[in-house]
Write a protein that binds this ligand. Structure first.
Ligand code: PLP
Length: 405
């Protein structure tokens, strides 16, 4: 049984508009998803009535804000099933979360001669921070390859993980190929060799139920704006056993215990990693987005998104000269493709003229472009508010544009 999409779409008034004289079809959800009224209203209400800087204040508004911020942390803890709220750190998003771990875990645990393993299908956010720490420490970045179908080669993983490996960082869902990686299996394999694992959940958290204790991942990173929440807010989940032993990332107010000119002692986690005024309005908005998701049947939405993907894949495959990149058996709602003879940027611009929003370019995944020997791709990515009718319009638009060329 499918959810009532017409009803759900009413929560997202942004979708009900025309672009270039055509009804908007928003297929750029992997870049950023739209926010329901419930999130927008919560943030507005907070700004209209409550705002005050958090922690260590005595006045009403600051206390209310602190309460709301810590309550948001609690919502995230439950959403991720972390064993304690202190393991939930608010960041600006997945990029900052991964930088925090690369910098801080790297500072404490990565040394000359060590190795870090990432996969070939990572977003740049899960490559570059590791490259920088490896260069600084004299360590080596190793790469787990994927097959042309877009599947990670787990047999190769066994070879790559050695006593030199200090951490494995891998995405739950590829933002280009849509591959849903078998992260449970990957974590188990790494843990058999006592290697901690960071999961990049930027594309996973909005679509799947996450249980960090069941997964037993050491770190999990997510972005609010990719899960129907606001921009500028994200989360790093980390096991206390690591966070306690990692030095601070950013420094300044909030993250300290006591400062003298001679020495500074640091606050407890999570505050040790939350220097300065956090984006508490964003955290409150993110909690509202999670409550919104909690009010839906995630497994039904997941099935519906899967049907959308299957329908779009079936349609696109009917187009001569169209190549889909990534056809893993386990895929989330992302299709990256090219049409022979049409530059991806031209395709993106012309689709926009027809009111259809897709992404074009290198998709922050240069190694994936290199794998397939292409410069750019077009990417359509789906959310539960997309419809089969939109997919049909998208398909017909592609046919029309192909004929034009
Ligand atoms: N990782 C993946 C898989 C992504 O898709 C993205 C964004 O597209 C990121 C990391 C970076 O997320 P953000 O820009 O929200 O920090």
């Amino acid at each position: 049984m499918f959810p009532d999409i017409t009803k759900l779409r009413k929560d997202f008034p942004i979708l009900d508009q025309s672009v270039n004289g055509k009804p908007l079809i928003y297929l750029d959800n992997a870049a950023t998803s739209q926010r329901p009224l419930q999130v927008i209203d919560r943030m507005n209400e907070f700004s209209l009535k409550i705002n005050g800087n958090i922690h260590r204040a005595t006045h009403f508004l600051a206390n209310k804000t602190t309460e709301a911020f810590e309550c948001a942390r609690g919502t995230l803890r439950t959403f991720l099933n972390a064993s304690e709220s202190s393991e939930v750190i608010f960041t600006h998003g997945t990029t900052e979360s991964i930088n925090l771990v690369a910098h801080s875990f790297g500072e404490a645990f990565i040394n000359a001669g060590d190795e870090v393993v990432v996969s070939e299908m990572e977003h740049h956010a899960n490559i570059v921070p590791w490259q920088i720490i490896c260069n600084r420490k004299g360590a080596t970045l190793k790469v787990l390859r994927f097959t042309d179908q877009g599947v990670l080669d787990l047999a190769e993983l066994d070879q790559l993980l050695t006593h030199k490996t200090k951490i494995l960082a891998v995405t739950q869902v590829s933002n280009t190929l849509g591959t849903v990686n078998p992260i449970q299996k990957i974590i188990t394999k790494a843990h058999e060799k006592n290697i901690p694992v960071l999961i990049d959940g930027a594309q996973g958290a909005a679509h799947f139920r996450i249980d960090v204790q069941e997964l037993d991942c050491d770190f999990y990173a997510l972005s609010g704006h990719k899960m129907y929440g606001p921009t500028g807010i994200g989360v790093l989940y980390g096991k206390r056993k690591w966070l306690d032993r990692m030095p601070p990332f950013l420094s300044g107010g909030e993250m300290i215990d006591r400062v003298t000119f001679g020495n500074t002692t640091f606050n407890e986690i999570p505050y040790k990693f939350e220097a300065g005024t956090p984006h508490y309005t964003g955290a409150i908005g993110l909690a509202a987005a999670i409550e919104y998701l909690n009010n839906q049947d995630i497994s039904i939405l997941e099935k519906y998104e899967h049907e959308l993907l299957a329908e779009a894949t079936m349609r696109l495959k009917q187009i001569d000269g169209l190549t889909i990149y990534g056809e893993a058996p386990e895929k989330s709602g992302v299709i990256s493709f090219n049409i022979e003879g049409i530059h991806p940027f031209d395709l993106g611009t012309l689709l926009d003229q027809l009111g259809i929003a897709v992404r074009t370019g290198r998709l922050c995944a240069d190694p994936v472009m290199d794998h397939y020997g292409v410069e750019n791709m077009v990417r359509a990515s789906f959310a539960f508010y997309n419809t089969f009718k939109e997919i049909e319009t998208f398909y017909k638009a592609l046919i029309r544009l192909k004929t034009m060329f």
